[in-house]
Design a protein around this ligand. Structure first.
Ligand SMILES: NC(=O)c1ccc[n+]([C@@H]2O[C@H](COP(=O)([O-])OP(=O)(O)OC[C@H]3O[C@@H](n4cnc5c(N)ncnc54)[C@H](O)[C@@H]3O)[C@@H](O)[C@H]2O)c1
Length: 252
């Protein structure tokens, strides 16, 4: 078991009832961390905190809009005032939209990037400033298989572009902060068994499954487990890396 006792772990987008973020936060809490539940969805935040506490874990919720500089600044200040440190940041908040490039507007592109890349930049910059002072930190960001080989079923080219941008941003940052005891890594999930997958018509689902050697979508716990490993003290010599979690549907 990886030990996160006493560690303060922020998971953005962890208010989503059936999403990956809640399971990431629960997994960290089970390893002893204080899970900081940060989302724009206030009802979802409270639910996640309740679920973690019911499981015997430690959690506190904060409203956060990663696209707002003021919200990010206020949030990070509150966490530091209360807990004195930030050990791990998991950049999980993300949005998608199914649209072709032909139908895409500049506003669509800007909206997707405002959360998936610009928001990720704002919260990462603020947390890394704290981590630098501590000379310790872990940043793990959710990219996607779509950022490596293009999307298809769910997202558009703007989503793929934003998730590819997350990979480049993370590798560059990894170089900048390696000497401060901070690692920066990504995970690139393929199709994960969340609400969006369940909403897919059977014939579309069958087509997707045919392209996955493992023969089934991933579970949210598959993503959470990889993230917890990358965020552990034990993974301290791994930085600028991205781990594919896709049942073999894409290998690079
Ligand atoms: N589900 C998949 O199959 C899959 C595959 C690859 C990558 N991903 C990535 O994993 C992450 C989680 O995906 P999910 O399917 O659980 O999504 P989800 O929609 O269930 O959860 C996303 C969460 O982000 C929050 N959020 C949105 N905008 C925000 C903002 N401005 N500030 C703060 N929080 C905000 C939402 O309120 C929501 O709770 C995303 O980054 C997604 O791109 C998902």
């Amino acid at each position: 078991m990886l030990d996160f006792n006493g560690q303060v772990v922020i998971v953005t987008g962890s208010g989503s009832p059936k999403g990956i973020g809640r399971v990431i936060a629960r997994t960290f809490a089970k390893q002893g961390a204080v899970a900081i539940i940060a989302d724009i969805n206030e009802a979802g935040i409270n639910e996640t905190v309740d679920v973690i506490k019911a499981e015997g874990g430690k959690a506190e919720g904060f409203k956060l809009d990663v696209t707002s500089e003021d919200s990010v600044k206020d949030f990070v200040q509150k966490v530091v005032d209360k807990y004195g440190r930030i050990d791990v940041l998991v950049n999980n908040a993300g949005i998608s939209q199914k649209v072709t490039v032909d139908d895409m507007t500049l506003k669509d592109m800007q909206r997707i990037f405002s959360v998936n890349m610009f928001g990720l930049f704002l919260i990462t910059q603020a947390c890394v400033r704290v981590m630098r002072k501590q000379k310790y930190g872990r940043v793990v960001s959710l990219s996607s298989v779509s950022g490596k080989r293009g999307g298809g079923v769910f997202g558009g080219a703007h989503y793929s572009a934003s998730k590819a941008a997350v990979l480049g941003f993370s590798k560059n940052l990894a170089r900048e902060v390696a000497q401060d005891g901070i690692t920066v890594n990504c995970v690139a999930p393929g199709l994960i068994n969340t609400e969006i997958w369940k909403s897919l018509p059977k014939e579309d689902a069958d087509k997707v499954i045919a392209g996955i050697p493992a023969g089934h979508p991933g579970e949210t716990s598959d993503v959470a487990n990889a993230i917890v490993f990358l965020a552990s003290k034990e993974a301290g010599y791994i930085t600028g890396e991205d781990i594919d979690i896709n049942g073999g549907s894409h290998m690079d």
